[in-house]
Design a protein around this ligand. Structure first.
Ligand code: C2E
Ligand code: MG
Ligand code: MG
Ligand code: MG
Length: 285
């Protein structure tokens, strides 16, 4: 009897696996179409200075406008893109689109804060600096206009060629930010080895501020360390006034989160910049 039910649950598991595999295959095929047919979009989430209350940067976040299923978030397709290698094409599109948009904003006379672009570890090869340089040139965009957000997975192991590529990017004038800080497995010693100018505290530690003691301790430790290392510090996923107040008292430099604005279309972000929007940030300064 036990044998039977065990076999049954195994079969059930197999069916689930097959279903999952089928769904992934479908998604993969559809994602290829999305890349080729222009269904991808970049949206922009403002980064706000705690000192001035102004927009001092933006993070470009990819969106998939699916013809039937509506807007699909990167959480659903970036991992698949990384597994299948499609991240190369998608990553190239993201860089191209960000630079096109920055160039268009500059041509329209806007004074643009730097735009951060997320990079997957798989995009990080020795041809990356030359590729980025070509895209910047094509759109007449200065390297200082771009920040690259990378994750700790890239640092683990501390491969020498990774350090070399980072140094090359920094020498070109691009800035590097370490995303989702505190969620990975890198040791603090890595921070010294890599030319990273900005740390982003992951939302996981912001969410419990100021009520969860452990989140408060972690946030405090990260900010203290970043200051010692002279790194800028950005907190992600700020949703409440209380979180903002706590992060301000810690001496955090920039905040990003729904308290101010979610990621918005390029047109909407342009409007915010033109209006010198202070969002709910007026209260931050
Ligand atoms: P991330 O780089 O850590 O981006 C921050 C995520 O937090 C974004 O999710 C953003 O919409 C969300 N967020 C911002 N403020 C708040 C808030 O106050 N509350 C909550 N609950 N969430 C907030 P999104 O856009 O779904 O992106 C998820 C992840 O997908 C990103 O995490 C990044 O790792 C990846 N991703 C996004 N765009 C790209 C891209 O162009 N290339 C690559 N390789 N990865 C990307
Ligand atoms: Mg990011
Ligand atoms: Mg992040
Ligand atoms: Mg995050």
């Amino acid at each position: 009897k036990a044998q039977e039910s065990g076999g049954g649950s195994f079969l059930f598991y197999r069916e689930q696996m097959d279903l999952r595999a089928k769904e992934d295959l479908m998604l993969e095929a559809e994602l290829r179409t999305a890349v080729n047919e222009g269904q991808l979009e970049l949206h922009y989430q403002p980064k706000v200075s705690l000192r001035s209350g102004r927009i001092v940067g933006a993070e470009a976040l990819i969106r998939w406008r699916h013809p039937e299923r509506g807007m699909i978030s990167p959480g659903v397709f970036i991992a698949l893109a990384e597994e299948t290698g499609m991240i190369h094409d998608i990553g190239t599109w993201v860089l191209e689109e960000a630079c096109r948009q920055i160039g268009a904003w500059r041509n329209a006379g806007l004074v643009m804060p730097p735009v951060a672009v997320n990079l997957s570890a798989r995009q990080f090869d020795r041809r990356l600096p030359a590729r980025i340089l070509a895209v910047l040139d094509r759109h007449g965009v200065l390297p200082e206009q771009i920040m690259l957000e990378i994750t700790e997975s890239l640092l683990v192991g501390g491969a020498d060629n990774v350090v070399a590529i980072m140094n090359e990017l920094v020498a070109m004038g691009l800035a590097l930010a370490l995303d989702d800080f505190g969620t990975g497995y890198s040791s603090l010693a890595y921070l010294k080895k890599f030319p990273i100018s900005t740390l982003k505290i992951d939302r996981a530690f912001v969410v419990g501020l100021p009520h969860e003691e452990s989140d408060c301790a972690i946030a405090r430790a990260i900010v203290t360390m970043a200051k010692q290392l002279r790194q800028e510090i950005v907190a992600e996923g700020v949703e409440t006034e209380e979180q903002m107040a706590f992060l301000r008292d810690l001496g955090c430099d920039q905040l990003q989160g729904w308290l101010f604005s979610p990621a918005v279309t390029g047109a909407e972000f342009e409007r915010m910049l033109r209006d010198g929007d202070r969002l709910s940030v007026a209260r931050a300064a």
